[in-house]
Design a protein around this ligand. Structure first.
Ligand code: KG4
Ligand code: ZN
Length: 337
């Protein structure tokens, strides 16, 4: 089954074509980094307008690179939620029009679920496992018992992990996009230069939840309080110490979930899963089976949309032509085992 996937929820205009949800025939990602760089963050109005300009050429390139025509496509999947409303509407409307005009099945998919599904493109992953989703908008520790059986064990009570990377980078002018800039600087820094606190672990229901606003405040407004004598406050040292703390906040809760659930397979996804330290630190746990997608499948892309769309379409799940974009969604069921 040949499925076309369209992603326009934020600042990447992406179209991919996958065969049977696994074989990537083409995956084109047009980044809008240069458009948003002057503002050190994504400007929703600019993002929508750029998607409007980019969507058709990106689609054509994806078809050309796959060596296919629209007659070879069996279904269309588009990100319908969550994301920037104006941006989502561009991809959704393009995808709907395409599917309608060709009489193809169409399905709107959840962007967060697509990130969680992305590792399945390159790996055969048995259930159950612990799914870790870390992106600019979401931080989730999940228990995944089946394709349709995802339970959120923990989430952020304030900022998302990627958002903390972006805000720290913006504050210090490390570069844009922030996560990549911190990652690059951190590799040359000393992570012992500052000791940022990890908020103590919650108890009870919220024991797998994370919080990033305290770390963000510590790094951006209380730096001297956490400086260790003898270490200079260079950009590299700030980045390395922050990154170490950010990764540890996440992994302490994840490892607690490993202990409590007894699950030893960990599957990660989302933009922050491209982070060098996160990948290296998780890989050190040789008692765990850790699965990461390739970095280009961690950040926003059309392949994960096509892959999840393919699974849904195979199950006969489609969306109506009246399907609308949703900026936010209530999310997955949350449970405290
Ligand atoms: O999944 P994604 O592309 O978009 C969302 O759904 O949010 O994730 C983007 C986030 C941004 O916060 C970005 O700074 C972060 O992922 N990110 C990284 C790295 N690459 C992207 N954070 C840390 N290290 C990286 N290498
Ligand atoms: Zn994303």
């Amino acid at each position: 089954m040949m499925v076309l996937g369209i992603e326009t929820s934020c600042d990447e205009c992406a179209v991919a074509i996958l065969e049977d949800g696994r074989r990537i025939l083409s995956s084109v990602v047009a980044s809008q980094i240069e458009d948003h760089r002057p503002y050190s963050g994504v400007v929703p109005e600019i993002a929508s307008r750029r998607h409007g300009e980019l969507i058709q050429p990106v689609f054509s390139r994806a078809m050309d690179e796959a060596g296919l025509t629209i007659r070879d496509i069996h279904g269309v999947a588009v990100t319908g939620r969550p994301g920037l409303l104006g941006a989502l509407l561009v991809g959704l409307t393009f995808g709907k029009a395409l599917a309608y005009s060709r009489g193809l099945p169409f399905v709107a998919v959840d962007h967060v679920r697509a990130h969680l599904h992305a590792p399945h493109i390159e790996h055969r992953i048995p259930y159950p496992y612990l799914g870790l989703l870390v992106s600019g908008g979401h931080t989730l520790i999940t228990r995944v018992d089946g394709f349709d059986d995802i339970t959120v064990l923990g989430t952020t009570i304030d900022d998302a992990c990627g958002e903390a990377f972006d805000k720290v980078a913006k504050h210090y002018g490390f570069g844009y996009p922030g996560g990549v800039a911190v990652d690059r600087l951190a590799r040359r820094g000393d992570d012992g230069a500052f000791s940022f606190p990890d908020p103590s672990l919650h108890k009870g229901e919220h024991r797998f939840d994370v919080s990033y606003s305290g770390l963000k405040t510590a790094v951006t407004s209380q730096l001297d309080k956490f400086r260790n004598p003898g270490f200079p406050a260079t950009a590299e040292n700030i980045a390395a110490s922050f990154e170490k703390a950010a990764v540890n906040i996440l992994l302490r809760r994840l490892f607690r979930a490993v202990e409590e659930t007894g699950l030893t397979r960990v599957v990660a996804g989302g933009g922050v899963a491209a982070n060098t330290r996160l990948r290296a630190t998780l890989m050190e746990r040789t008692d765990l089976e850790v699965i990461f997608p390739s970095p280009e499948l961690c950040t926003d892309n059309g392949a994960m949309i096509a892959a999840l769309g393919c699974e849904l379409l195979r199950r006969g799940i489609t969306s109506p032509w009246t399907e609308n974009a949703q900026a936010r969604v209530p999310g997955f069921k949350r449970s405290y085992p």
